[in-house]
Design a protein around this ligand. Structure first.
Ligand code: BES
Ligand code: MN
Ligand code: ZN
Length: 495
């Protein structure tokens, strides 16, 4: 873990024990400055270090935008503190609390140092700020030599429980990121199964892994995954149920999450080109990583629901055993599908997972999450996931969980008029639209998947955009973002 996070009392003593103190300011309409955090504590800090922080700000004359940061050197005989970070809080709403946190975090990323942050007041802001501190400090690499230092964030609050929730969530996001960052020569489908077992060890989570002959009915997963010589595809099922109240478990709502776990996507015989498009494809298992990580958070938070995660793991390789365009495969449950483009592999593995869940798991809610289409990114960019559902109530729930958690989603239409694009002459369906191949690609994928979700309350999340960041900025490192963990954790804990 590249960070530590703890709750600290809103008092002078813990602040003075830290190497630096972070305070948040806003620029008022009359161009004066004020602080947003705990008033009395901020006054005590100023007295202790004999500084006038508003004077300092007046001198720097910042714009006040969120994340702007000034470093004030301070010293006092009885304190370890040698810096006060003054950080802009913009409009001081929750998203600004996150941005401010990432500025602070980037200052201390990779350093063995302690920061006491007193920027946020409400529980909601404290939680968002605390999680964002860890996200901004995230580091991952396989460099040998001296390991990087680990900053400790002390978040000022008298609600320790709220920080415990933030810690569980932040740990899960970090885990998801680590999985995504791991390169694909290490990250085989079998490795993903080992990780699931490792995370579940010593907890109440149960893991079941299917491989080889046990996957015969999973025609989509096998067609994609058998392109890779070894190890082959894996179906990884992780289940969560609350430790207490075991008796009423069967009456609890059951959520089934299905995640795309393509450990590398070459495109297969429809090879990705130009090859720059292939480089980021180690992150094509971000959906599977998000649901696995979410379950580890839920295990700590113990919400009163049952959750089953199905990680559909396979490598989409190019080889002598790779599927061919024009192949017809039989999905779990028997539906036949004509494969027109081996690079549209994600929906093939998800279809098996959805059909399996519908047939065997009796889900009250069925949610799939996948880096499915470049088209979703064309439409929405990298800050919103494309969400598909016919259930308006669920759509509202996900939208609101997205805004609260920071993992935002946009409700997209399942356009019935486009369904004839999936008609095949030789199978039940074509998995892509050949008529309008380059139009509504994300919608077409959703319409294909819908068939396999039966009559369940179903949500499809296309996270091709937000799962990965091309730059080290804001909450995200360059690479895997862990998108979906906060969203799913927020939605599930509110059910
Ligand atoms: N994994 C890709 C989608 C993707 C693209 C994710 C860019 C993240 C960034 C997916 O398997 C894919 O190749 N989709 C094709 C579908 C097409 C062949 C119908 C796409 O989006 O081009
Ligand atoms: Mn692909
Ligand atoms: Zn893919």
């Amino acid at each position: 873990m590249s960070w530590k996070l703890k709750a600290a009392k809103v008092q002078l003593a813990p602040a003075l024990a830290a190497n630096s103190i972070a305070l948040g300011f806003i620029k008022n309409p009359d161009l004066t400055f004020s602080f947003v955090g705990p008033t009395q504590l901020i006054a005590e800090i100023q007295n202790h270090f004999e500084v006038e922080l508003v004077d300092e700000l007046t001198f720097f004359n910042p714009t006040g935008k969120a994340g702007e940061l000034f470093e004030i050197p301070v010293s006092a005989v009885d304190s370890k503190t040698d810096r006060i970070f003054l950080v802009g809080l913009g409009d001081s709403l929750t998203p600004a609390m996150r941005i401010a946190a990432t500025s602070i975090a980037r200052k201390v990323k990779g350093k063995n140092t302690t920061v006491y942050s007193a920027c946020a007041i409400t529980d909601r802001d404290v939680k968002a700020h605390a999680i964002a501190l860890t996200l901004g400090a995230y580091l991952w690499n396989l460099k040998t030599g001296d390991p990087a230092g680990v900053p400790t964030f002390l978040v000022a609050t008298n609600n320790k429980e709220n920080i415990n929730v933030a810690i569980s969530t932040a740990k899960a996001i970090t885990r998801a990121r680590d999985l995504v960052h791991t390169p694909s020569n290490i990250k085989t489908p079998a490795w993903m199964a080992t990780k699931a077992q490792e995370f579940a060890q010593g907890t109440g989570l149960k893991v079941k892994v299917l491989a080889g002959k046990d996957l015969v009915e999973f025609g989509g997963l096998c067609a994609v995954g058998n392109s890779s010589p070894k190890p082959g595809p894996r179906f990884i099922q992780i289940s969560y149920a609350p430790a207490k109240e075991k008796k009423v478990n069967n009456a609890l709502p059951h959520v089934v999450l299905v995640g795309k776990g393509i450990t590398f996507d070459t495109g297969g015989i429809n090879l990705k080109r130009p090859y720059d498009l292939m480089i980021p494809m180690k992150s094509d298992m971000s959906g599977a990583a998000a649901i696995l990580a979410t379950l580890t958070a839920l295990e700590e938070l113990q919400p009163n629901v049952r959750v089953t995660a199905l990680m559909m793991c396979a490598e989409n390789a190019i080889s002598g055993t790779a599927q061919r365009p024009s192949d017809v495969i039989k999905h779990y449950g028997g539906t036949t599908v004509e494969v027109a483009d081996t690079d549209a592999e994600g929906r093939l593995v998800l279809a098996d997972g959805l059909a399996y869940a519908d047939k065997n798991l009796d889900p009250d809610y069925l949610v799939d999450i996948a880096t499915l289409t470049g088209a979703a990114t064309v439409g929405l960019g990298k800050q919103y996931a494309a969400m598909y559902t016919r259930d308006e109530k669920l759509a509202r729930e996900f939208e609101s969980a997205g805004i609260t958690s920071g993992d935002r989603v946009w409700h997209m239409p399942l356009v019935d008029d486009y369904k004839d694009g999936l008609v095949s002459e030789v199978a039940d369906f074509n998995h892509i639209s050949r008529k309008i191949k380059y139009s509504a690609g994300s919608v077409m994928a959703a319409l294909f998947l819908e068939h396999f979700a039966g009559n369940r309350r179903w949500v499809h999340l296309d996270i091709a955009g937000p799962a990965r960041s091309e730059t080290d900025s804001g909450e995200n490192p360059k690479g895997g973002t862990g998108f979906g963990v906060r969203l799913l954790t927020e939605w599930i804990t509110n059910l």
